[in-house]
Design a protein around this ligand. Structure first.
Ligand SMILES: Cc1cc2nc3c(=O)[nH]c(=O)nc-3n(C[C@H](O)[C@H](O)[C@H](O)COP(=O)(O)O)c2cc1C
Length: 283
C-alpha cells in the first residue's frame, strides 16, 4: 500500500462517518490520516458495555466501550459504502471468537474493492480453547493459517501489550503469514471513584491509553522490531510530531493516533505537519 504520509488513526478512536456529518465534504478534501482504520466490527451486532465506559486519568484514559457495533451485515449495508468514499485506503478491523467467524468476514470483505487491508483484533478469546488469541503465539499462528488462504489483501495483526513477551506473538503472526503487526492495544487498568469507593468503569476494569502508555509502547515496538521482520504500525500515546518521530525511530513504519483524537479531532493533520516540519529541519 502506498500512503501519502506515515500517520493513520488507531481503531475505535476516530469515527469518519460522524466526522463527515460535522465537517461535511471538507473532511474528504483534507482527511487527517493517510489511511483509515475502522472501528472493530464483529459478526453479530453488539450493544457494548454498560456505562461508565470512559474514565479520565492524569495522562490518558481508561475505556471499556465493549465493541458496540451494528454487526457485519449492518456494516456492509450502511457503513462500508460511506467509508468507501473516503479519499484514503480503508483498513477494516475485524474480531471474532472463532476461525470460522473471522473467515466469514475476511472472505466477504476480500471481494469488496473498498477494502484495502484487514486489521485482526485478536484481544478476544477463542470459544474453542477459551484462550485470548493474541496472548498465545500458538493461537495466533493458527488463526493466521486459517485466514491467510482467504485473501491476498494485507493482514495486520493488532497485538495486545498485556503479555510478558509481545515479540513472541509478533513472530508467530509473521510465521502464520501476517503482512504487518500493529501495537499497542490498551493496557488492562482500573480506577476507583474516591467519592463513591466504586469502580470508575461500569464493568470494573478497562484499558488504559494515551501519553501514560507511550514509553511502554516504545519498549514493545523496539522489542517487536528486533524480533520480527514484518512492518510495524506503532501506537500508544502519540500526540505530537515528536512522539511520532520517536515511534518511527523505535522501529515503526507507520504511526497510529488514538486517544489524542478525542482531545483534538484534527490531530492527525497536525501531527503529520509537525512530523514533516521536524524531518525537514537540519539536526
Ligand atoms: C475509546 C477507545 C476505543 C477503542 N476501540 C478500539 C477498537 O474498536 N479496536 C481496536 O483494535 N482498538 C481499539 N482501541 C485501542 C486503540 O486503537 C489503540 O490501540 C490504543 O488506544 C493505544 O493508542 P493511543 O494511546 O494513541 O490511544 C480503542 C481505544 C480507545 C481509547
Amino acid at each position: 500500500m502506498e500512503l501519502r504520509s506515515p500517520v493513520i488513526n488507531a481503531s475505535g478512536t476516530f469515527d469518519a462517518i460522524a466526522a463527515r456529518g460535522v465537517y461535511g465534504d471538507a473532511l474528504l478534501k483534507e482527511f487527517p490520516f493517510s489511511a483509515f482504520v475502522s472501528k472493530t466490527i464483529t459478526l453479530e451486532p453488539r450493544a457494548g458495555n454498560e456505562p461508565q465506559r470512559i474514565w479520565e486519568t492524569p495522562a490518558g484514559m481508561i475505556n471499556s466501550i465493549g465493541l458496540p457495533n451494528k454487526g457485519f451485515e449492518g456494516f456492509i449495508a450502511e457503513d462500508l459504502p460511506q467509508l468507501g468514499e473516503l479519499p484514503v485506503p480503508l483498513i477494516v478491523s475485524v474480531m471474532a471468537t472463532g476461525h470460522e467467524d473471522f473467515g466469514r468476514m475476511v472472505s466477504a470483505l476480500d471481494e469488496r474493492e473498498e477494502v484495502a487491508a484487514f486489521e485482526l483484533n485478536v484481544s478476544c478469546p477463542n470459544v474453542h480453547s477459551g484462550l485470548i488469541v493474541g496472548e498465545q503465539p500458538a493461537e495466533t499462528v493458527a488463526l493466521l493459517e486459517a485466514l491467510r488462504p482467504l485473501t491476498q489483501k494485507p493482514l495486520i495483526v493488532k497485538l495486545t501489550p498485556n503479555v510478558a513477551d509481545p515479540a513472541a506473538v509478533a513472530v508467530a503472526a509473521e510465521e502464520g503469514g501476517a503482512d504487518a503487526v500493529s501495537l499497542i492495544n490498551t493496557m488492562k487498568a482500573a480506577a476507583i471513584d474516591p467519592a463513591t469507593g466504586k469502580p470508575g468503569i461500569g464493568v470494573g476494569q478497562g484499558g488504559l491509553s494515551g501519553p501514560a502508555v507511550r514509553p511502554i509502547a516504545i519498549a514493545q515496538v523496539r522489542a517487536v522490531a528486533a524480533a520480527a521482520g514484518v512492518p510495524i504500525v506503532g501506537m500508544g500515546g502519540v500526540s505530537s510530531g515528536a512522539d511520532a518521530r520517536e515511534m518511527l525511530a523505535a522501529g515503526a513504519t507507520l504511526v497510529a493516533v488514538g486517544t489524542e483524537n478525542f482531545r483534538d479531532p484534527r490531530a492527525g493533520d497536525r501531527i503529520t505537519k509537525e512530523l514533516f516540519e521536524q524531518s525537514a529541519r537540519p539536526t
